[in-house]
Design a protein around this ligand. Sequence first.
Ligand code: E4P
Length: 221
Amino acid sequence: MQFFIDTANLDEIKEAQALGVLDGVTTNPTLMMKDGVSGDENQRQRYLDICEVVEGDVSAEVIATDFEGIIKEGEQLAALHPQIVVKVPMIKDGIKALKYFSDKGIKTNCTLVFSPGQALLAAKAGATYVSPFIGRIDDTTIDGAELIAQIRHIFDNYGFETQILAASIRNPMHIIKCAEFGADVATCPLSAILGLMKHPLTDIGLAQFIADYKKVNSVTA
Ligand code: E4P
């Protein structure tokens, strides 16, 4: 299972990269806004800066919603850096664009996916990644992680190579459920990745080991 970080913040990306467990990055217009990155030029520079930090795929989202606009914007984004993956919304012209980019060998991430049917369409169109938004589904009182299991089942039935990129992850439990249900990638806030390592028994056990070591060794610190 690959770990992507879901942010446009360079410090968080560097911290996750330093952990040695980072495989890629996803961004979206809201994450750019949250990090105060405005204007096409600054946003493109931010994608380049992110590509300097990580070695894996970096999703950059198009704003256009018509076929020609998505193609123009997507080709410009893809030309920025070989690590850029063009993030395309799950709409009719988006599906057409996924097929176009797939035929051209440009990597894509189909975003805003909330149902198995949407995921199936994205896979048929040749998307590299499909992004089911599990946290936002949870917000509607439906278990979002179940969608990962459904998509996994469908993709495995037919051998689709489209990777399931679980998105809208809010906490460590989401990551565990995605791993159980066979997501290829989880894109997570840094807090959720760091949360995976926490366990009170680890802290208690470590404190005990250090205390016992000090009892039989002359450590002054
Ligand atoms: C990433 O690709 C998605 O845009 C992101 O995970 C959405 O997360 P949110 O539902 O927390 O905004």
